[in-house]
Design a protein around this ligand. Structure first.
Ligand SMILES: C[S@@+](CC[C@H](N)C(=O)[O-])C[C@H]1O[C@@H](n2cnc3c(N)ncnc32)[C@H](O)[C@@H]1O
Length: 330
């Protein structure tokens, strides 16, 4: 990805997270969460429920973490599903921006905990207690092409062997407009040089990480195209708000970012935003294709010398005994 900012530091800051982290962003995430719920229908698949039930059956309390949780919408939905299933679990949400967390009364009422954590900072994962299920949703805007492996390993480090990892991600490069010949203003905004956002490697990257580091991988595909009319209108509003966040963040970061997008001035960008928002109001829908990867952390890591939690794996224990026998026999 080529960055042509005049100031490298500025470019780096901008690249870190290009969406909003204020009250408006929280409102959009509530809307996006409702759209996702409608689109996916199933929050915790049967396999996850069975895993949690087995843990409860052993007299333990299952532990679930949501990384990049924002206002914790997914966790609150999980609490509701688990209540129906009669399962009590520890629910912990982590995010780099605590401004996104819900008010304390809300989190206390549902017994959901929130803590600050950067998915890219390994040291912050080390003291954490391990989890039975780890979930991530819509975090690719915060992960650069060279950061996937590190972020993935950090999450794996707090997943118990036998635990389940679920990652739901938007495929930016496969987004589509309901009528591209009609909604030219939306198209114009998305044709700008948003190269900083293009995570073209999301699908191959997550498929590869899940299939090499975990077992029993499944990949489910969803799209907002399948939603009824009301859901489509909600998606239009979601994308209108997301476009505003992107534009506001770009303008906030100044001239270098505006130039990188291929424009002369911030005013020009804001003018394009207004026209795009008009398109969204008048019927334009920008559709989100979303994949959900689910897989299980192996009890024994076949290739490495140690399991994710630092204990020695079965293969290396067996190799050690082979050495002892050889010595006895020789
Ligand atoms: C698009 S939102 C999704 C929020 C939530 N997962 C959901 O589905 O509603 C992305 C979230 O990632 C958080 N985030 C951004 N960079 C992060 C990082 N480096 N580590 C952890 N969280 C991060 C943002 O604050 C934001 O809450």
């Amino acid at each position: 990805m080529s960055l042509e900012f005049s100031n490298a530091e500025e470019a780096k800051d901008y690249a870190e997270y290009t969406l909003g982290v204020d009250d408006d962003a929280v409102k959009r995430l509530v809307l996006q969460s409702a759209i996702t719920r409608e689109m996916m229908k199933v929050l915790l698949p049967e396999k996850v429920i069975t895993h949690l039930r087995n843990i409860s059956g052993r007299g333990e309390q299952p532990r679930i973490a949501d990384i990049g949780t924002g206002p914790g919408n997914w966790l609150f939905d999980v609490r509701a599903q688990l209540r129906e299933e009669g399962i009590n679990a520890t629910l912990d949400g982590y995010d780099l921006y605590p401004t996104m967390f819900p008010p304390e009364e809300t989190s206390k009422a549902e017994n959901v905990n929130f803590n600050e954590l950067n998915i890219h900072t390994k040291e912050q994962f080390i003291p954490l207690e391990k989890y039975d299920v780890i979930h991530i949703r819509y975090l690719s805007a915060a992960i650069g092409p060279e950061q996937w492996d590190g972020a993935f390993d950090n999450c794996m480090s707090i997943l118990k062997p036998g635990g389940i990892f679920m990652w739901e991600e938007l495929l930016l490069e496969k987004m589509s407009i309901n009528d591209p010949t009609k909604w030219t203003n939306v198209l114009a905004v998305f044709k700008l040089n948003w190269s900083i956002l293009r995570r073209n490697d999301v699908d191959p990257k997550l498929s590869s990480l899940f299939s090499t580091k975990l077992e029993e991988m499944t990949k489910e595909e969803f799209t907002t195209q399948s939603l009824p009319e009301k859901g489509q209108r909600m998606q239009a509003a979601n994308m209108s708000m997301a476009t505003k966040e992107l534009v506001d963040r770009a303008v906030e970061h100044g001239e270098a970012v505006v130039k990188h997008l291929g424009l002369e001035s911030a005013e020009q960008l804001q003018g394009m935003l207004k026209l795009a928002q008009k398109d969204f109001k008048e019927g334009c829908v920008l559709h989100m294709p979303v994949n959900r990867w689910t897989a299980v952390k192996p009890l024994v890591i076949a290739t490495g010398r140690t399991t994710g939690d630092g204990s020695r794996d079965l293969e290396s224990v067996q190799a050690g005994w082979t050495e002892v026998f050889k010595k006895w026999l020789c």
